[in-house]
Write a protein that binds this ligand. Structure first.
Ligand code: GLU
Length: 288
């Protein structure tokens, strides 16, 4: 199997040292294996992503000396493909329309007997106690009410039976890991504003682009089990994963897009050379 990985930033801000670190992890592993690393722009969140940030990502990566095959896949040009992927899951009876607002969901979770759960996207929604009747659904659709599409974990369990709990994936250098595919509950796969979601787009594109290894930050460890479930449901290969630690500032805080001082743009404007940035990445590398 030829090694093929990707760096897949979202152009919702300028890249900072944390992103550069992630890119460096993917690129170095590629160099070691003699494989290929592609760049993909994950810009489906049209409210937050901006073309000027996409350009700035291309400029910053080129400045750092990273090269990748062209053309670069830009996700916002492929909404139809993501919609088809979601339809496949809907055709299998694995999704449902959710008309609830964020507020409704939070209230419902707060009233739940076992207390609220926390996930990377906030609270975990475990699904409705009773499914909505076909009449109510038709009425709400006729009224033009907007809805999101959620994955039904119960229906996934019904479909896969015992296999559901046996899903897993390989972590480079560590071996097999159980997927815990239900950890995030009934996640939104089709947002009401854009009709798709990060989970659908990323799983679709990793398969389409024949990614064999996914190098991503530990902050995305929790969503990986869901991605493995989606790959299984869609009949796609599961890549091998590697999770890299996140680099932090001097106070130990994780770098965020709002930390202007750490953006590659500001470091470049402050007179740093690409070699200086690479040295910083090396120094910022978490130990242990
Ligand atoms: N686009 C995602 C992000 O910027 C990362 C993609 C992934 O590794 O799945 O956080």
């Amino acid at each position: 199997m030829r090694f093929r990985t990707r760096f897949a930033p979202s152009p919702s801000g300028h890249l900072h040292l944390g992103h550069a670190y992630s890119a460096a992890c993917a690129w170095h592993l590629t160099a070691e294996t003699g494989g290929e690393c592609i760049l993909r722009l994950e810009d489906i969140d049209t409210t937050r992503c901006k073309p000027e940030f996409a350009q700035s990502i291309l400029d910053d990566l080129a400045w750092l000396g990273f090269a990748w095959p062209k053309p670069v896949r830009v996700q916002s040009a492929h909404f139809d493909a993501y919609s088809d992927t979601l339809s496949t899951l809907t055709g299998l009876g694995l999704t449902y329309r959710c008309f609830k607002t964020r507020r409704d969901i939070l209230d419902e979770i707060a009233r739940a007997p076992h207390g609220p759960g926390e996930g990377p996207d906030g609270q975990i929604y475990r699904g409705p106690r009773d499914p909505m009747s076909a009449d109510e659904e038709a009425e709400r659709l006729a009224r033009g009410e907007s809805h999101a599409w959620r994955l039904s974990i119960d229906h996934c369990r019904d479909l896969l039976g015992k296999e559901f709990d046996r899903l897993g994936f390989e972590v480079m250098g560590e071996g097999w890991r159980a997927a815990q595919a239900d950890a995030l509950g009934d996640v939104i796969l089709g947002r009401r504003d854009i009709g798709t979601s990060y989970h659908i787009a990323v799983v679709h594109d990793d398969a389409l682009q024949e990614i064999t290894h996914i190098v991503r930050g530990v902050d995305l460890e929790e969503v990986t089990g869901l991605h493995v479930l989606l790959q299984r449901l869609l009949g796609l290969n599961t890549p091998v994963y590697r999770f890299h630690p996140l680099i932090t500032d001097e106070t130990g805080k994780r770098l965020a897009k709002r930390d202007r001082a750490a953006t590659l743009k500001s470091l470049r404007e402050a007179g740093l050379s690409p070699a200086d940035v690479h040295a910083r990445l090396q120094a910022a590398r978490p130990t242990g």
